[in-house]
Design a protein around this ligand. Structure first.
Ligand code: EPU
Length: 301
């Protein structure tokens, strides 16, 4: 989608950088995605004004964080991509509370907290992406999820057009699912973390890193696990048992290292990846009677 020069000028007045016709393949870990205008925000405190302008001109938008858990459609997209500038995100610690900007890198936030002797998030160290994306998905690994540590989230809500703060029980965190609405944009989080000596946290981080290196295709282009694990089961194990490692649709391939990671093994398109997801889901349904649910978020037109 291309916005008008008039709207671009008004956005620039609000400190937004406007780039026309950006390939979102460059913004995602799968390196898949079509083209659209990209609006880069430098300050969260202008977000409500920016959204008011977009709503006034009926411009649909998606807010892209680290781009590590999304599959974006091919071709010309019918929405603009909003993105936070990669300037230094705010992070500070007060006692056992950590205040982190949503644009911060998740691994960077875990390390920052560790340096202040705050632990509990060791398992999240190798999860790629931003703190905002981790909040939205309730990211987790190796027995850790971000949700239980969250005390407050400051967010922009398209439903009200305002920046609001949600506290404690106002947010529900389930397995790879939260009560945030599609029009919510994460801005800042307050986490409450247990005190732990830095050395102990680092030892825990090392163990998780080793496990991850041993089982996941870290040097290939993926969005992490494609499917959620079904209750009591393992999507990766089922796909592996069906002999589907290396199975391809176009440039999309089931990783030969971890069967729930689907990788861009060449010039994969979104259509290739959706074809592979559909074919694998169908094989699992036939063999196990289980309907796998996407973990990856799909943004088409
Ligand atoms: N397995 C296989 N073959 C495979 C992959 C796995 O047999 O190709 C078996 C493993 O041997 C193990 C079981 O399946 O017995 C579970 O595998 P693993 O320990 O790798 O964990 P997972 O359930 O596949 C989940 C998360 C990962 C997270 C790891 C580690 C989901 C969908 N995935 O994977 O998160 O890193 O646990 O805690 O919940 C993600 O969310 O994108 C993600 C990668």
């Amino acid at each position: 989608m291309r916005i008008s020069e008039h709207l671009a000028a008004r956005l620039k007045d609000l400190g937004v950088e406007v780039h026309h016709g950006v390939s979102l393949a460059e913004r995602t870990s799968l390196e898949i995605g079509g083209a659209t205008d990209e609006l880069i925000l430098h300050r969260y405190d202008r977000i409500a004004e920016v959204m008011r302008l977009l709503a006034g001109e009926q411009i649909p938008w998606r807010f892209l964080g680290g781009g590590t858990n999304v599959l974006i459609g091919d071709g010309e997209l019918s929405w603009v991509a909003l993105h936070m500038a990669a300037s230094r995100p705010g992070m500070r610690v007060e006692g056992n509370d950590a205040y982190i900007d949503a644009s911060a890198d998740l691994g960077g936030a875990v390390t920052f907290c560790a340096k202040h002797d705050l632990g509990g998030m060791e398992g999240l160290i190798g999860v790629p992406g931003s703190v905002g994306g981790a909040l939205r998905m309730n990211a987790g690994a190796y027995g850790t999820q971000i949700g239980p540590h969250v005390r407050e989230v400051e967010l922009y809500r398209a439903a009200t057009g305002k920046v609001e703060t949600l506290r404690g029980p106002e947010i529900r965190f389930d397995y790879r699912h939260t009560s945030f609405a599609p029009g919510d944009v994460m801005l800042r989080v307050k986490l409450e973390l247990p005190s732990k000596p830095y050395k102990e946290i680092v030892a825990g981080i090392r163990v998780c890193n080793e496990k991850r290196r041993a089982s996941q295709p870290l040097n290939q282009r993926s969005a992490g696990c494609i499917f959620k694990n079904p209750p009591g089961g393992s999507a990766g194990r089922m796909i592996d048992e069906l002999g589907l490692k290396g199975f391809r649709v176009g440039g999309a391939m089931v990783s030969d290292r971890h069967a729930n990671f689907f990788v861009n093994a060449g010039h994969a398109t979104c259509a290739d990846m959706l074809g592979l997801i559909g074919a694998v889901r169908e094989r699992v349904r036939r063999a196990y009677g289980v309907e796998l649910e996407n973990e990856v978020i799909v943004w088409q037109n």
